[in-house]
Write a protein that binds this ligand. Structure first.
Ligand code: ARG
Length: 299
């Protein structure tokens, strides 16, 4: 497996918005100017690529496939930790066709030594990759979203596969259909999250585990800007053009924001995190004490 911060992107050649499986998706707007929209999407992709490199990532780019526009969101393709990838199973038929090409992509990464193994999820549950199973490097466990897309049972499957704790949080709204839309752990131990996206039970679990000083509540405006859907490496945060609220809040806490216009992808319900997949995450030693004092120690 690789050890330097490495992130997977999928090229946007076949990207469009031609169906709707979440409330942000607007095929009508895309259809009003498909060529212009696609041109903007390619330009946005290039800006994201550059911002990720500037933030310190090595970027791997995989090909997309015709008829599978949402392959540009590889966060949904797999969960990767310690060199092991578990491939996703998609809830909607519109995206299920991505499973085969992503399996080939991961097999290629394995052959090149970037990851060590590729596994399938047990039968009978859905799991939409790192979009619904987010590694918290400070606390040394996964946070898993379930409800709209991934099944509750998938959280337990991930826990037994990786041998790490998985804290399952139920998502309460169609708007926050993946955990990464409304939840983002940062390197200093903070959790940026949008409270109305979660059930009361999920909020209780989250607040028991994360002290108030480390909880950053996103506003509805932050959510609409897809700002919670951010990519963080040390003090670097790559995200869509954000709000004055989050610029101030994250700036005060020592983060450097790299904002990219990702509006063509927001039209499909995606932001920066959705468009990426970290390949180098390691479980390492649990870092629970760092979470308590808020020290910035983890990637
Ligand atoms: N149109 C895609 C879908 O609805 C967007 C996926 C965005 N990815 C994410 N991890 N939130 O599945």
């Amino acid at each position: 497996m690789i050890h330097q911060p490495t992130i997977l992107l999928v090229e946007p050649t076949h990207y469009d918005v031609s169906y709707s499986i979440n409330p942000w998706m607007d095929p009508g707007l895309w259809a009003s100017d498909p060529r212009g929209m696609h041109r903007n999407a390619v330009a946005s992709f290039e800006s994201l690529h550059a911002a990720l490199q500037a933030a310190g990532f090595t970027v791997e780019i995989a090909p997309g496939a015709p008829g599978l526009p949402d392959m540009v969101f590889p966060a949904n393709a797999a969960v990767v930790l310690d060199g092991h990838a578990v491939l996703a199973r998609f809830r909607y038929p519109q995206r299920a066709g991505e499973e085969a090409p992503f399996a080939r992509i991961f097999e290629g990464l394995r052959e090149r030594g970037l990851i060590d193994s590729v596994s399938l999820l047990p039968e009978g549950c859905y799991q939409e990759g790192a979009g619904d199973c987010i590694w918290d490097a400070v606390r040394g466990h996964f946070w898993a979203g379930f409800g709209p897309r991934s099944s509750r049972a998938a959280a337990d499957a991930m826990a037994s596969h990786f041998g790490r704790e998985v804290v399952a949080l139920e998502l309460a709204t169609a708007q926050s259909y993946h955990l990464d839309v409304c939840f983002c752990p940062l390197s200093g131990g903070e959790i940026l999250y949008y409270p109305p996206a979660f059930t009361q039970d999920a909020l209780r679990i989250l607040r028991e585990r994360v002290p108030a000083s480390l909880r950053i509540e996103a506003s509805e405006d932050d959510l609409r800007h897809f700002s919670v859907n951010a990519v963080n490496l040390h003090d670097q945060v790559v995200m869509t053009r954000t709000t004055p609220h989050l610029r101030a809040e994250l700036g005060q806490r020592g983060y450097q924001l790299r904002e990219v216009d990702l509006s063509p992808y927001m039209l499909s319900g995606g932001g920066a995190y959705c468009m990426t997949l970290r390949l180098d995450r390691t479980s390492g030693p649990a870092r629970a004490s760092a979470a308590a004092d808020g020290a910035a120690v983890a990637a």
